[in-house]
Ligand binder design. Structure first.
Ligand SMILES: [Zn+2]
Length: 213
């Protein structure tokens, strides 16, 4: 299974929940990169250098890492954060064909931009204890719910303008990715708004429907 969705769509949470309930291995881009570095392989050393320089990991390197990981895992995984480009889709299809594996379902989580901005730009970090929470969860006096601290910072990365810019980049690059995946594998758009449990239930229903199709 492949889980797609914009930053702040709850995709990582949903992938973890799915992995647990459907007995799938959760494979996230971050995990794959960390595993490659930890393996100490030639590829891992290359990735370490790229990341240390703050650069984006190029498609061919990402492809190598995914190949290594999927070959090692066999069947039964949920991919989160990959593929992100048309080149990566083509590479993944070729890889899976070579391994004789199919993708049972591609889920594209739908969350309106306004909701994502509200979720991400509403996050604050306590300057006293480091706890990160949403503005809605502050105590009645507007203090940190953990320690009562009142020095609360909006994460720079989450400031509204930054969130909107990240969303623009996501829409521009990932829209075509969903289309390309949908031409080859069953694709369902699932509403990502609401309680995490409710979203998980919608994904499970989509998976069931795809299994029966
Ligand atoms: Zn605190």
């Amino acid at each position: 299974m492949i889980l797609m969705g914009p930053p702040g769509s709850g995709k990582g949470t949903q992938a973890a929940v799915l992995a647990w309930f459907q007995d799938l291995r959760h494979v996230s881009t971050g995990d794959m990169l960390r595993a490659a570095v930890a393996s100490g392989s030639a590829l891992g050393k290359r990735v370490e250098g790229i990341m240390a320089a703050g650069e984006l990991v190029p498609d061919d390197v990402m492809m190598e890492i995914v190949k290594e990981r999927l070959e090692e895992l066999g069947e039964g995984w949920v991919l989160d954060g990959f593929p992100r480009t048309a080149e990566q889709v083509a590479g993944l299809v070729e890889l899976l064909d070579g391994l004789g594996q199919e993708v049972g379902l591609v889920v594209d989580l739908q969350v309106p931009d306004e909701e994502i901005v509200r979720r991400l730009a509403g996050r604050v970090t306590c300057g006293d204890c480091g706890h990160t929470t949403s503005r809605d969860a502050l105590d009645p006096d507007g203090g940190c719910p953990d320690c009562g601290g009142r020095t609360l910072h909006v994460r720079v990365d989450d400031a509204e303008e930054t969130v909107r810019r990240r969303l623009d980049v996501y829409r521009a690059t990932t829209g075509p990715v969903a289309e390309a995946l949908g031409r080859r594998y069953p694709l369902r758009r699932v509403e990502g708004v609401g309680a995490p449990d409710a979203v998980a239930q919608r994904i499970a229903s989509a998976l069931e429907a795809a299994d029966q199709a």
